[in-house]
Write a protein that binds this ligand. Structure first.
Ligand code: ADP
Ligand code: ZN
Length: 745
């Protein structure tokens, strides 16, 4: 075939009837792969990465099996070329197809998650490096030129800027030496990240319990077959240390490993630990990478050179060449649910990835989710337990403070009992964390005179006053970013100076703590006071190194961190979230507070946790208090499971959320009503709604919800597809399907 024909938009005019064709999946929201013609001089097979014409553009895509034959060959276009990469692993392709089916997402849209760094398909672009030319003549050199020559004596080529920095000269000097023929130019390639982690380096001395669990995990890795394991142990038990052994085992077999963490904020400390254990940095995968880093990592993973990836949920969809182990740290964390684009739960998807790839997956948690515990009890998952903290550290004592008995002044939030405990702690030179999962100064601003509440014009939400950080002096919406200056008179009744702040946010607790302890160093740690990773890193090391006495923090501080001198945790409002009435509300509160409590006394000193509550007899507060002596947690999960069984809720049934959204409320309501009228009902399936979503308006869009509750034997996806396809939806309205919804907002 001639070049002309190939570039004539790929339409091949001759021999079309005998042309070889194959189906190719493009990374766009399409439900199926399309047929393309294979050029005569090209060999392609399933999984190959190819470039194809699509709607006047050229797009990277993946060969997806035999041609479908649903379009006449003369109408087909031709593959443009094949990228020089090993094909996408068959397990990964099956996984993509399964993800699309399960979550009812377009197949090509899921592929897009795997082709998330198109630059990685191309060979790496070299940088221009310099080194000494063989047998160069030592002319008369200036001192600066000499400095450059000294730097390059090791024969390692570097880019001009690096040479200049090492030699402490300007890069012009390098250029001059090149012109003189002393230096020569070579291509240098940025190596893929994490190529040679060393599994034999820095192995920790494991305790007996740890060694037992680690050996078990290593056996699973060696077996090379699917197995799901819950690694269950209190915070500080050494779970990370233990699963690192499984990672090492996979590396010995030259397999790739994917470790998911819920929040990338965790990764700084983690990164260091990984480096110490394996002698090289892991590859990171999250939304803040530069394009170059993304391309380089993607390429390294696809070629099988990059061995360990640590990332947020999207790292699961990287096209691993030979994956041999997945670890999901903090498996219970709600951050594993992706709520936009393809809506999926990364932990649940990861189980299927391991199954398709025939290798083990380790779920790690101190407070496993109800679903995971049920799978353990059903015998579907192995259970490995680390019963105690490493090195004899004790679990903290957890007590409730009955706020009904505390006589606090209006708009004060730190009880006398907590204050006394803080004083004692400071007296011993130890640190305190006051936890409140609410950013800003006050969650609500209202008019004393007419009762008017400051509400976001675009969302069903109160505006939150902020006094610290970037949004200083403003009322902000935490959903859409709307902000306004705090008014000096009521916008409703025009009464001057009548607006008052109601309730506590972390900034207000910060002010109160400073007021009670004027000599203490108090730090405010929330996502808006530690905006970037570097600031957060600095703040965390200030805490670790004792430059801070009292930390006031949101959930950003709740997880993963290890502060040896922190011995008192005060939870300002333990009731927050208890009355939400959502399916997972109590589970979430329990997990979060348990995590927070886990920050206390992680080293030699025993910790104490005080929960301020107006409902100290609530079963969750009681379960938390009992969890310091061990069995409170399982009792809590068992009660939770029992309640769900009675209510016929997951894991005893399946749920799907249908969200209808759009800017025109009448239109949205109309579609929701149509869906409601044709909703599937029967012995195995119930549909509730439509009802306005709890956030009935979000970012200017109106939202209605329906909730489908189905028996486990029903083909839920098939039923939903048939139902939704039967309702005509105008292009200005969107209908989202959320399988296994985590949030009901
Ligand atoms: P978890 O993940 O269960 O919360 P980590 O693995 O983070 O626990 O361990 C808690 C602390 O104890 C860490 O500082 C870790 O380095 C230390 N640690 C745990 N096990 C060991 C061990 N076998 N040898 C040395 N230090 C350990
Ligand atoms: Zn808003």
């Amino acid at each position: 075939m001639s070049q002309n024909e190939l570039f004539n938009d790929g339409v091949v005019k001759q021999d079309v009837v005998n042309a070889r064709t194959i189906s190719v999946l493009v990374p766009y929201p399409v439900d199926k792969a399309y047929d393309y013609i294979i050029p005569e001089d090209l060999n392609v097979s399933d999984g190959d990465y190819v470039l194809v014409p699509l709607g006047g553009r050229e797009v990277p895509a993946v060969v997806w099996g035999q041609s479908r034959g649903d379009v006449k060959p003369e109408k087909l276009k031709s593959i443009i070329h094949k990228f020089d990469l090993p094909p996408m692993d068959v397990a990964h392709r099956e996984f993509i197809a399964w993800t699309a089916r399960y979550n009812m997402a377009p197949l090509g849209f899921v592929l897009k998650m795997a082709l998330s760094a198109p630059g990685g398909l191309e060979p790496p672009v070299p940088a221009k490096g310099y080194r000494l030319k063989d047998g160069f003549e030592l002319l008369k050199l200036t001192a600066k030129q000499n400095a450059v020559v000294q730097v390059l004596y090791d024969n390692v080529p570097r880019i001009a800027a690096d040479i200049a920095r090492e030699a402490e000269v300007s890069s012009g000097v390098v250029k001059t030496l090149f012109d003189k023929g002393v230096l020569e130019c070579v291509d240098i390639y940025n190596p893929a990240p994490c190529i040679k982690p060393d599994p034999y380096r820095q192995r920790a001395e494991l305790s007996e319990d740890q060694a037992y669990a680690a050996d078990g995990l290593c056996d699973f890795v060696r077996s090379g077959s699917y197995k799901a394991v819950l690694l269950d142990g209190v915070t500080g038990a050494g779970k990370t240390e233990v699963y690192f052994e499984a990672v090492a085992e996979a590396l010995k077999a030259d397999k790739q490993v994917c470790i998911l963490l819920p929040e990338i904020a965790l990764s700084n400390a983690f990164f260091q630990r990984f480096k110490e254990r394996f002698g090289c940095a892991p590859a990171l995968w999250h939304s803040h990478l530069s394009k170059g880093q993304r391309d380089n990592t993607w390429r390294g993973v696809a070629r099988g050179h990059t061995k360990v990836v640590i990332g947020a949920r999207s790292a699961l969809y990287l096209p691993y060449r030979d994956l041999g182990l997945i670890v999901i740290d903090e498996e219970h964390d709600p951050a594993y649910k992706q709520e936009d684009g393809v809506i999926y739960h990364a932990r649940d998807m990861a189980i299927m990835r391991a199954f398709k790839g025939s290798f083990p997956i380790v779920l790690v948690s101190a407070t496993p989710s109800v679903e995971t515990m049920q799978n353990v009890w059903d015998g579907k998952y192995e259970h490995m337990v680390l019963p105690s903290r490493f090195g004899g550290a004790h679990m903290p004592d957890i007590e409730a403070i009955d706020m009904r008995l505390e006589k606090l002044d209006a708009q004060h939030f730190i009880s006398l009992q907590l204050r006394q405990a803080m004083e004692e702690t400071l007296g011993r030179g130890e640190q305190i964390l006051l936890f409140l999962n609410r950013r800003g100064y006050a969650p609500l601003t209202l008019c004393r005179s007419c009762g008017h509440r400051m509400e976001c014009p675009r969302c069903t939400a109160w505006l939150v006053e902020h006094k610290v950080g970037a949004g200083q002096g403003r009322l902000q919406c935490h959903h859409c970013g709307f902000h306004a200056y705090a008014p000096d008179k009521c916008p409703e009744c025009a009464e001057p100076d009548s607006m008052v702040a109601c309730g506590p946010g972390v900034e207000r607790i910060y002010a109160e703590a400073q007021h009670y302890f004027p000599d203490a160093n108090v730090m405010l740690l929330a996502s808006d006071t530690a905006e970037d990773g570097e600031t957060l890193k600095g703040m965390l090391s200030d805490i670790r190194e004792g430059r801070v006495d009292i930390v006031i923090g949101t959930q950003i501080i709740a997880k993963g961190h290890h502060f040896p001198n922190l011995t008192l945790v005060g939870v300002v409002d333990a009731d927050l979230g208890l009355q939400g009435g959502e399916l997972r509300a109590s589970e979430r509160v329990y997990q979060l507070l348990h995590q927070v409590a886990g920050r206390a006394g992680r080293a030699a000193k025993k910790g104490r946790v005080l929960l301020q509550s107006f409902m100290p007899d609530h079963r969750i507060i009681k379960a938390l208090c009992e969890s310091s002596h061990g069995d409170g947690r399982d009792a809590f999960i068992e009660t939770e499971v029992a309640e769900r069984e009675v209510a016929h809720m997951p894991p005893f049934s399946r749920l799907a959320g249908i969200i209808v959204s759009g800017r025109d409320e009448a239109q949205v309501f109309e579609v929701a009503k149509l869906l409601g009228r044709s909703a599937p009902q029967g012995p195995e399936i119930v549909t509730l709604g439509p009802a306005p979503a709890p956030y009935a308006k979000l970012r200017g869009k109106f939202r209605y919800r329906l909730l489908v509750q189905a028996g486990k034997n029903l083909d839920l996806q098939k039923t939903l597809a048939a139902w939704v396809a039967g309702v005509k939806v105008p292009s200005t309205v969107r209908v989202y399907i959320d399988i296994d919804p985590q949030s009901f907002l």
